[in-house]
Ligand binder design. Structure first.
Ligand SMILES: Cc1cc2nc3c(=O)[nH]c(=O)nc-3n(C[C@H](O)[C@H](O)[C@H](O)COP(=O)(O)OP(=O)(O)OC[C@H]3O[C@@H](n4cnc5c(N)ncnc54)[C@H](O)[C@@H]3O)c2cc1C
Ligand code: FES
Length: 315
């Protein structure tokens, strides 16, 4: 089985990128091809989980990375984070916000009232074209992250170049806002330690993945803006009381939430990473459309990020 995966991967269009000129570690391979959609289920109103058969490509996916998804009838590909990987599969968790994600939500669904054949492949299965995995994920941002790297289980990634020790003590605190939960879920499945998930949404109907985090043994703190579950207000209102010296923060969500996370982390001198979901057009560093200020320099979210160290980010 392993040999099958290995040899089939040799024939994919591959771009090798082990270390870039700044010495940063990046994704080792990226692929631009069509895949079969296994399922595209509405898990609750307006939120979908899309599962794709990617075979060997799943071995190159790392928490915090994303794919640019080619959606029929829309001009630009849309960036969506890797939500989880299985044996030869990649899943995405996305919300329907505009035309692209609306069309995406109709792909690969042939039951109920929605019978869509957009992107139909040769054998009748829906196919989807994607470019990725792209970007630098959690812990791949700089050499300073080596302590963090040691804390992640690298079952499926860069076996040779990453340390595997799991005995460094660190306490992860994940902060997720809205669909930011998608990328941090994949991270949580790979961290060697469980910690606290601080998760903020508009209303309790927007809460996703709670069972998955509970099953993994994470403590969960919830906030809703309408007060329908947990603390009434923003998750950053209750973040300080859930943080202690030595914790490591991982945050993904809307920019206003991330700004507050950065302020709190700096006040408390806490290290960690933020994942920026800037608007993207090309996703591979060609259009310069996703520039952010990192350590006083312009960097590209798609290529240099989307995950950056808290100490470097200026929002
Ligand atoms: C690295 C990254 C990871 C992401 N991961 C997820 C995820 O896991 N789940 C999820 O639900 N959403 C995710 N997003 C946001 C998602 O890309 C947008 O919701 C989506 O592109 C909207 O497309 P649309 O056509 O439906 O909306 P429209 O508003 O019609 O999109 C128009 C244009 O704006 C861009 N755009 C719009 N909103 C965003 C946004 N918030 N971020 C980036 N580009 C945007 C689109 O790419 C497109 O070019 C991610 C964004 C980035 C940058
Ligand atoms: S999206 Fe084009 S450079 Fe980042």
């Amino acid at each position: 089985m392993f040999l099958c995966y290995y040899f089939s991967s040799l024939f994919y269009p591959v771009l090798l990128e082990r270390k870039d000129r700044d010495g940063y570690m990046c994704t080792s391979k990226r692929f631009d091809k069509s895949y079969k959609i296994i399922s595209n289920k509405e898990i609750c109103a307006g939120y979908f989980e899309l599962k794709i058969k990617v075979d060997a490509v799943s071995r190159y996916c790392y928490p915090g990375q994303f794919f640019m998804i080619d959606i029929p009838e829309v001009f630009l590909r849309r960036p969506i984070s890797i939500h989880c990987i299985g044996k030869g599969t990649v899943s995405f968790l996305y919300s329907v916000v505009g035309r692209g994600t609306k069309i995406l939500s109709e792909m690969g669904r042939s039951s109920g009232s929605v019978i869509s054949r957009r992107g139909e492949g040769k054998d009748g299965c829906d196919e989807i074209k994607m470019l990725g995995p792209l970007g630098r994920g959690y812990g791949l941002t700089s050499n300073a992250s080596s302590k963090f790297l040691s804390c992640v289980s690298f079952d499926s990634y860069e076996k040779k170049s990453c340390p595997k020790s799991r005995d460094i003590s660190f306490n992860p605190v994940i902060v997720a806002g809205g669909t930011g939960i998608a990328s941090v879920h994949f991270l949580a499945t790979k961290l060697s330690r469980k910690g606290i998930l601080c998760y903020g949404v508009h209303s309790k109907k927007d809460l996703l993945c709670l069972d998955k985090f509970k099953k993994m043994g994470w403590e969960i703190v919830i906030s809703t803006e309408d007060g329908s579950k947990g603390y009434r207000g923003y998750i950053t209102d209750v973040l300080s009381e859930n943080l202690k010296a030595g914790d490591t923060l991982f945050a993904c969500g809307p920019i206003p939430m991330l700004k507050k996370v950065l302020r709190i982390a700096r006040e408390k001198n806490i290290k960690g990473f933020v994942c920026l979901e800037e608007k993207m057009a090309c996703g591979i560093g060609n259009c310069q459309g996703c520039a952010v200020k990192i350590n006083g320099e312009n960097k590209l979210t798609c290529k240099d990020g989307p995950v950056f160290e808290i100490k470097d980010v200026e929002l």
